[in-house]
Design a protein around this ligand. Structure first.
Ligand SMILES: Nc1ncnc2c1ncn2[C@@H]1O[C@H](COP(=O)(O)OP(=O)(O)OP(=O)(O)O)[C@@H](O)[C@H]1O
Length: 241
């Protein structure tokens, strides 16, 4: 069952500060991601990997094409979706985990992750419990659960981010380098958590620079170059090429 259907996606940036020069980041991308699939996007710097994730999250608005999320209420094209509808979907069905945590001031990890669980439909008490389970699973020291996220280390923040993205997982989860700041033991916990999402039917679209993570997690790899998908297949096939 497809969760995400992308067709003819194009994105060009106009650099107003440099005489209106343009950079093309996506030159017509077609991609499907099914429930329980983990699709890793590989490719050199500047290939368009993050642009593809950001267009799907709709933090970038594409110039052309469609990005259809097959939600509980039927298919929805995220391109052109009104902001209110988009905000509702981002809470419940579309998750995005970047390298960086953006938490409101003076909130702690437990509160941040519980708020994510509540947006996905859990009641207050269950949300707190689910958040505690996620933080524990990612090995975040309990002494840190109520401290201001602003004082956490990069690796601690990354785990809070991942816990918020995966607690009560959404239908489609976008991951942009989610384990880049983690030490080996915590990286291992995080990869195990991400691997377990497939069993819940979550569709994952991810960018990892780390080839070992791609080999372990991806059910399919798509290689991008110069704004296009140039190859797709198993991790072995695509990474060998
Ligand atoms: N906000 C932006 N403004 C202008 N140009 C951008 C912007 N975002 C991306 N680009 C351009 O689009 C192209 C693709 O960038 P993108 O970040 O998607 O590549 P990437 O494959 O994720 O690279 P990396 O692996 O280095 O993160 C690049 O040429 C980049 O300069």
């Amino acid at each position: 069952m497809d969760v995400l259907t992308i067709r003819g996606l194009r994105k060009t940036f106009t650099l107003h500060t440099i005489d209106g020069r343009t950079t093309v980041s996506l030159r017509g991308v077609d991609l499907d991601v099914a429930a329980g699939e983990h699709v890793a996007i590989a490719g050199p710097s500047g290939a368009g990997k993050s642009s593809l994730l950001r267009c799907t999250q709709r933090s970038y608005l594409p110039d052309e094409g469609s990005i259809v999320l097959h939600t509980a209420d039927g298919p929805v094209d995220l391109v052109g979706l009104p902001d209110r509808e988009l905000a509702r979907l981002r809470g419940r069905e579309l998750g995005y985990v970047s390298q960086f945590l953006s938490a409101p001031p003076r909130t702690g990890p437990w509160e941040v992750v519980a708020a994510a669980a509540r947006r996905r439909g859990l009641e207050r008490v269950e949300a707190r419990e689910a958040a505690a389970g996620s933080l524990r699973r990612l090995g975040l020291d309990e002494a840190l659960w109520d401290v201001d996220c602003g004082v956490l280390s990069g690796g601690e923040r990354q785990r809070v981010n991942l816990a918020a993205g995966t607690v009560r997982p959404p239908r489609l989860l976008l991951l942009d380098e989610p384990v880049s700041a983690l030490d080996p033991a915590n990286r291992e916990r995080a990869l195990e958590l991400i691997a377990s999402l497939a069993a819940d039917g979550v569709a994952v679209l991810a960018v990892f620079h780390d080839l070992d993570a791609i080999r372990r997690l991806a059910t399919r790899v798509v290689a991008m170059a110069d704004g296009r998908i140039v190859r797709a297949g198993s991790a072995e096939e695509v990474l060998a090429a």
